[in-house]
Design a protein around this ligand. Structure first.
Ligand code: ADP
Length: 475
């Protein structure tokens, strides 16, 4: 089973998604920082508007923002004296703060509110804070001043208005001027600020950036979803290939097994055929001939029943159980034959073994095959030791069958578990192959080695039963 690896195009895709996502987040971060900064500037500007308005409230009220009666200018009005006085007041108010402007309106002499010249700039108007490209907005602004001043003039009352006149926010105060009870003029004062939103040429840039960032995030999410789909598809494709490979391997193994079966079956069949041919020719083989025939049939029977064990090894229901019970049962079944041969069966079972998933009849078969081999290598007596232990490395269970026979030669060790490998005249060579097949079906393994002090030991390892798994069919 290969380790999970991304194929090259997929790796490029992952890289692209990560880069895109990072770029989008970076842009979003930059834009939001810039916008927050601008909002802070805006709040600061609004604070200034409020301050200058308060200043006007406190100190400008007595000048342009209040109703005044000029009893000393009686009719006919001395317009030039009145205008000189109002201009002086406007200049005084203007001097309070750079954001404050002021002027007066005498409809009989001027058709627009008069904007007095600054003391420092006798020629120009005081509209110095407005840029060239804002002159249109500035005209719009003075239209508002015009409206308010005209209203104050007509109504003969004070007016105070705060309004948004893009790009400005303005606070206008207007008050009538009376001469001998008649309203002849009106004065006005105004504070204004240019909203940084309009000054900030980058606002559009921010919008574009934010849009790009959001589009980037959306695109990277889309790509991620696509990527997830690709990865899932590749994983299932890999799983399918693995299953096919396993099937192929099994078929190959089956082919090999069948070739072995054919070979093994052919020998006894040839024997049977030989005897029957002799009989046909009238050769009297006596009882020996019958015995030989029965032997060959027994051999065929043995091969067939061993082969059946293979099928059983492949389709067992596994259930959690105690391996000690299985080993004890196998030992019990060995006792009689062992006693005949003068072999002692020693059983050493570890207490508190972890539970394992198993098919007890199949495992009994494994131990019977192992003990039967062990008995065969100790025809003149000895000891068979059946032991169980907790596997300190893998956390599973170990069960071993050890004998005091001749041990395993290098050649035998190399082929021991192959079907039909045998060194015995009457052997089928299937016992260990079946035992190993059953071990694999238990997700375990079967190993053979020589004991340091003589003899062979076969060890079965089975993983411990995991909490709450479901009992399943073997693969
Ligand atoms: P069989 O017993 O029919 O030969 P097995 O698959 O059980 O088939 O064993 C294969 C071979 O492994 C045996 O023929 C023998 O050479 C060797 N073998 C098995 N068990 C032992 C053992 N305990 N000691 C020495 N050799 C063994």
């Amino acid at each position: 089973m290969g380790r999970f690896r991304l194929e090259a195009p997929l790796a490029i895709e992952v890289g692209a998604v990560v880069l895109l996502f990072a770029a989008a987040l970076g842009t979003l971060w930059y834009t939001s920082t810039a916008v927050v900064e601008r909002e802070q500037r805006r709040a600061l500007a609004h604070g200034r508007l409020k301050d200058s308005n308060d200043l006007l409230e406190q100190r400008g009220k007595d000048a342009l923002a209040a109703v005044r009666e000029f009893p000393d200018y009686v009719e006919p009005v001395d317009w030039s004296a009145l205008e000189t006085r109002l201009t002086a007041e406007a200049v005084r108010v203007r001097a309070l703060d750079s954001s404050i402007e002021g002027g007066y309106y005498v409809p009989s002499r001027h058709d627009r509110p008069f904007i007095p010249a600054l003391p420092s700039d006798p020629r120009g108007s005081n509209d110095t804070s407005v840029d060239e490209d804002m002159s249109l907005s500035a005209r719009n602004l003075y239209d508002h001043v015009d409206t308010q001043v005209d209203a104050a003039f007509r109504k003969g009352t004070e007016l105070s208005v705060v309004e948004d006149v893009p790009p400005y926010t303005i606070a206008i105060r207007a008050a009538p001027v009376r001469v001998g009870g008649r309203v002849v003029a009106a004065t006005w004062s105004m504070t204004r600020l240019v909203d940084p939103i309009f000054l900030d040429q980058s606002a559009r840039g921010y919008q574009i950036f934010a849009g790009l960032a959001l589009a980037g995030i959306a695109l990277s999410l889309l790509l991620t979803a696509r990527l997830a789909r690709t990865v899932r598809r590749q994983a299932s494709e890999r799983e399918r290939l693995r299953t096919e490979l396993r099937r192929g391997e099994r078929l190959a193994a089956l082919g090999k097994l069948l070739a072995g079966v054919a070979h093994e079956v052919r020998n006894p069949l040839a024997g049977i055929r030989g005897i029957t041919q002799l009989w046909r020719r009238g050769v009297d083989l006596g009882d020996e001939g019958f015995d030989h025939l029965i032997d060959e049939v027994d051999r065929l029977e043995e091969i067939v029943s061993r082969l059946l064990q293979f099928t059983r090894a492949d389709a067992q229901d596994l259930a959690p159980g105690d391996l000690n019970a299985v080993v004890a049962e196998a030992a019990r079944l060995t006792e009689a034959r062992a006693a005949e041969l003068g072999v002692r069966v020693e059983v050493d079972l570890a207490p508190d073994l972890p539970v394992v998933e198993m098919a007890p009849p199949a495992l009994v078969q494994v131990f019977r095959n192992l003990t039967s081999n062990a008995l065969q290598v100790m025809p003149r007596g000895g000891v068979i030791a059946l032991t169980t232990r907790r596997d300190s490395v893998g956390g599973g269970v170990l069960a071993s069958v050890a004998d005091r026979g001749p041990g395993l030669s290098k050649d035998v060790l190399a082929h021991l578990f192959e079907p039909f490998f045998t060194t015995k005249a009457e052997g089928t060579g299937l016992g260990l192959a079946i035992a190993r097949e059953i071990a694999l079906a238990h997700r375990g393994e079967l190993k053979a080695e020589n004991r340091p002090d003589g003899g062979a030991v076969f060890t079965l390892t089975i993983p411990a039963y995991k909490a709450a798994p479901k009992a399943g069919r073997l693969p």
